[in-house]
Design a protein around this ligand. Structure first.
Ligand code: ATP
Ligand code: MG
Length: 767
């Protein structure tokens, strides 16, 4: 008889709840009080056990909804768990703490952060705010950001926080040089955050631990409230999270870190589930010992192992097991599936990333034609940069898709800016576009000046374009603003003249990007190094893609009239259909890290190349095993069909780079795969400068005859060291450097200046 069952009606429900579970799963779900560890391989129902256990605890009266804290790793996983619990309980999950560590901590700090000196309205800085602040602190301390990348300094600070080291504790162990510099930045950074009533992501956890350690009454209140604590993906918890759990449930590690209390009393109702083979956050200080040592921390813990996989075909499981066997150590697991062998894994090599994208999208079309729903399909990749070309192919074939944890192409700031420029050229009344672009890139036009222009245009009833073009008539506008508006508007009028001449949209867009200084501003950032420059580089690449979209539009445009308007309309509809969800659902794109815990009938893993996946940095820094675990995570997301694709050649920062297939593909036993690749890679197509020639004769050549971005890039970027060039504004010069991202350095004869230019956009040619 089940303990504590409140009503007879419930008994049937509880039985139903337990029916869909195998024996060990049932044991875990019905486990009473005390520590519980569920350690098992992918797809064995760990998350299912956790959700059922939450429902079970409530049904049987062992806990009220508000007395359960169930932690997941991502917001998406939290959402899924909420859905599952709601379906099981047939009520909403209001009052339940079903969320990520960060969300739970933010909630606690909103309520109690005043005890640490924060108001309840504290700001949470995201990754880019955080980086900017670190950079500013480095600047204030006179640290050269060219010598030390702000991203590296921030990563040190973040790791310190994940190990519960504040600035003083960090300084105590810091080595002279880099470590000392970091501890100074750390100290200033903390002061700045606190002055601004702000926290970064790591602080959410760190401050909650501080709160519980400094205020025993608060700790005991929360520890008493949460009668049961459950944690999914426990293999990826870091030390701070570990400590937080200890403070909530009591017990824990016998060998404390410096200064930690060990004798924490508590109910020890902690249920954790995880898989050491899926530990993929070591680079962010996750500590795999947390799961491996759980039995040491809690010698009386009940341990449940699950061996039946309910997700994947045996072929997919065999592949996953074979690959992970190449890692040393790890807890052996014997996963088996009743779902049958299934079809082979499709491994496909393509000539380049565009070929890969066409293959992926072609297969998606074929599968959906055959009756698969788009919602059943996921495309996974190691880094966000891989998704762009695939997104582009999806947009072109009008395949609805969503990107988890990233921004979609037409929602990116730089794309919206570029479109806003064109829109304002087409519609001089468009105040929203004007306000978006007038000071982007920065022209010293503040919000007040812009508001005055807009207000004046409303009061005289003239288009905002006209008012901006006669800025001296706008009341209250300063001399500096008038001057910079004058410059801005004369550029815009030049562009408007191009529109009147009916120049193709692609050319107009290129002229706009170079004459307004938009790309130049990004180039300046791109050269700086570090995360920021990486971002700027990505923006430049997106804009290049938009230029390509425009050229293709021109190539297919039937008439010369109103091309700009028709182009804008097409784009508007594209972005609109992007966000529409129809019955057949959306194809999902995301990084492998974001895919943790999820499952899809059909999975593509794109960019399976040495240097991309495994990632070059991981290879350099000895992180191959973690990359392999990530591959294992990717493979085990698939239920029925798995595709592993790679490109022989891929543009990295605008440079075509040759690659070998990932070693992980080679580790999949060949009898499980149906493998196909271009038998003879067309290495004959390499231009003398080391760049591939594109198009002519290659089976990847675009069918519509439009110039592709690669052709354009290749044509434009074929400048070589020492070559004589001429620039429309700076005159004659010579190429003194060629840098990644299509950037060339040119020394100009006229004024002796050396300038970095974007070969694709700068008005420059050979002499
Ligand atoms: P991962 O390691 O990837 O997080 P997991 O161990 O958490 O996987 P779940 O996501 O809980 O696995 O389960 C995998 C799939 O198997 C889900 O679709 C789940 O509903 C199904 N499943 C689990 N247990 C059973 C069962 N006893 N009967 C039927 N289906 C099950
Ligand atoms: Mg899971």
């Amino acid at each position: 008889m089940l303990r504590g069952m409140p009503e007879v009606g419930h008994q049937k429900r509880v039985e139903e709840l337990l029916e869909g579970l195998n024996e060990p799963q049932r044991e875990a779900v019905t486990h009473g009080e005390g520590p519980l560890l569920i350690l098992a391989g992918a797809g064995s129902g760990k998350t299912r056990v956790l959700t059922h256990r939450v429902a079970f605890l409530i049904y049987t009266g062992q806990a009220k909804p508000g007395e359960i804290l169930a932690i997941t790793f991502t917001n998406k996983a939290a959402g899924e768990m909420r859905g599952r619990v709601e379906r099981l309980l047939e009520t909403d999950t209001h009052g339940m703490w079903l969320m990520t560590f960060h969300a739970a901590c933010a909630r606690i700090l909103r309520a109690k952060g005043d005890l640490l000196g924060y108001t309840s309205r504290f700001t949470i800085y995201d990754q880019s705010d955080t980086r900017r602040l670190v950079k500013r602190c480095m600047g204030e301390l006179g640290v050269d950001p060219k010598r030390f990348a702000p991203s590296a300094v921030h990563s040190q600070i973040s790791q310190a926080k994940n190990r519960l080291l504040d600035a003083d504790a960090y300084a105590a162990d810091a080595d002279p040089g880099f470590g000392e510099m970091v501890s100074e930045v750390y100290r200033l950074y903390e002061r700045e955050l606190s002055n601004m009533n702000a926290m970064d992501f790591d602080d959410l956890l760190f401050r909650t631990v501080n709160l519980f350690e400094l205020h025993e009454d608060v700790r005991t209140r929360y520890a008493g409230t949460f009668k049961h604590v459950l944690v999914d993906e426990y293999q990826d918890t870091n030390h701070t999270q570990y400590r937080l759990l200890q403070l909530l449930v009591g017990g824990g590690r016998r060998e404390p870190m410096r200064g930690e209390r060990v004798d924490i009393p508590g109910h020890r109702n902690l249920a954790v589930v995880g898989d050491d083979s899926q530990s993929i956050y070591g680079f962010r200080s996750a500590d795999i010992r947390n799961i491996l040592d759980f039995q040491k921390d809690f010698p009386d813990a009940r341990v449940v192992k699950l061996e039946q996989n309910y997700r994947s075909t045996q072929t997919i499981l065999d592949a996953a097991n074979a690959v992970i066997a190449n890692n040393r150590g790890g807890i052996a697991k014997h996963l088996w599936s009743e779902l049958g062998r299934g079809g082979p894994i499709h491994a496909r090599g393509c000539e380049d990333e565009h070929g890969e994208a066409r293959f992926v999208v072609g297969e998606i079309e074929r599968l959906t034609d055959e009756g698969a729903s788009r919602a059943e399909i996921a495309v996974l990749y190691r880094t966000n940069t891989i998704s762009r070309v695939i997104e582009d192919a999806l947009v072109r074939t009008k395949t609805p898709y969503q990107v988890i944890g990233g921004t979609k192409f037409y929602e990116k700031a730089e794309i919206k800016d570029a479109i806003a420029y064109l829109t304002w050229l087409s519609n001089p009344f468009d105040v929203v576009s004007f306000q978006r672009i007038a000071n982007v890139p920065r022209r010293g036009l503040g919000q007040t000046s812009l508001s005055r222009i807009v207000a004046h245009s409303a009061s005289v009833g003239a288009p905002v374009w006209e008012v901006a073009a006669a800025a001296e008539r706008v009341p209250g506008l300063g001399a500096a603003a008038i001057k910079s508006l004058g410059r801005f508007m004369s550029t815009m009028q030049e562009l408007a003249a191009l529109v009147a001449e009916g120049v193709p949209v692609g050319d107009l867009l290129e002229a706009m990007l170079s004459r307004t200084g938009y790309v130049e501003a990004l180039e300046a950032e791109a050269i700086g190094g570090g995360e920021k420059s990486f971002e700027a580089q990505g923006r430049i690449e997106s804009l290049q893609q938009l230029v390509e979209v425009a050229h293709e539009f021109d190539a297919s445009a039937p008439s010369e009239e109103d091309t700009l308007d028709r182009f804008l309309q097409e784009i508007a509809l594209k972005s609109d259909s992007d966000t529409r969800r129809d019955d057949e659902g959306l194809v999902t794109l995301m990084t492998l890290h974001n895919a943790k815990g999820l499952e899809y009938p059909i999975v593509f893993i794109a960019g399976c190349e040495h240097g991309v996946f495994p990632h070059q940095r991981a290879i350099d820094e000895g992180g191959l095993e973690e990359e392999r675990r990530l591959f294992y995570v990717g493979v085990t997301r698939a239920m029925r069909e798995l595709y592993l694709t790679y490109a022989r050649r891929r543009s990295v920062f605008g440079q075509p780079t040759f690659a070998l297939p990932s070693e992980f593909i080679e580790e999949v036993p060949s009898e499980l795969m149906d493998r196909d690749e271009p038998s003879r890679p067309r290495l004959g197509g390499i231009a003398p400068a080391g760049r591939p020639r594109v198009g002519a004769g290659s089976w990847e050549a675009p069918a519509n005859g439009a110039r592709t971005r690669r052709e354009r890039t290749t044509v434009a970027a074929q400048f070589r060291l020492g070559e004589d060039v001429v620039h429309t504004a700076f005159g004659e010069g010579v190429v003194t450097g060629v840098e990644p991202g299509g950037i060339i350095v040119v020394r100009f004869a006229g004024d002796g200046s050396e300038r970095k230019l974007m070969a694709d956009y700068a008005p420059i040619g050979r002499r």
